[in-house]
Write a protein that binds this ligand. Structure first.
Ligand code: FES
Ligand code: FES
Length: 178
């Protein structure tokens, strides 16, 4: 059967089994390999993408459930011309990625959280971003999110803070990242 998915702004017609995990469709059919496989049972979050703006674990989302949806993957997260978003700049400034394996899923979950709640508390972050990081980057994740929230609070209200060219983010302090 054929399914229509809009992925990172491009419409795709996929002729696959309806119960194929969206993760397989992204990686094997469309070669969007930025989205990672971790556990396969919706537990780790490595495969997180956004489906109609909601963070979804694509290993456990059948293609048929995403038919007609607008999907964003890590490949679609950057700003115009490949520029980094404020969130990506914060990730760099705070040296969040260690091995990096969990990070595409982590960024998709954080982007969805910030779109809904631009100033999340630590509790909101823990609740909204339950992705597993075996390198223990959680304190850096929180620090980067806090700097983005600060940027959101101080910048022009009409500018999209998740997009490129927005406010500078603060440098990490070693104490909060250790
Ligand atoms: S691979 Fe999907 S949640 Fe772990
Ligand atoms: S950075 Fe290595 S698993 Fe998260």
């Amino acid at each position: 059967m054929s399914y229509q998915l809009t992925i990172n702004g491009t419409s795709h017609e996929l002729d696959v089994e309806g119960d194929m995990p969206l993760l397989w469709a992204l990686r094997d059919e469309l070669h969007l390999t930025g989205t990672k496989f971790g556990c396969g049972v919706a537990a780790c979050g490595a495969c997180t993408v956004q489906v109609d703006g909601v963070a979804v674990r694509s290993c456990s989302c059948p293609v048929e459930a995403a038919d007609g949806a607008i999907i964003t993957t890590i490949e679609g997260l950057g700003g115009p011309g490949g520029a980094m978003t404020t969130l990506q700049e914060a990730w760099t400034a705070h040296q969040v990625p260690q091995c990096g394996y969990c990070q595409s899923g982590m960024l998709m979950a954080v982007t969805a959280l910030l779109a809904e709640n631009p100033d999340p508390s630590d509790e909101d972050i823990d609740k909204g971003v339950s992705n597993v990081c075996r390198c223990g980057s959680y304190p850096r994740v929180r620090a980067a999110i806090r700097s983005v929230a600060q940027a959101i609070a101080t910048q022009d209200a009409t500018q999209d803070p998740t997009q490129a060219g927005a406010t500078e983010v603060g440098e990490a302090t070693s104490a909060e990242e250790m």
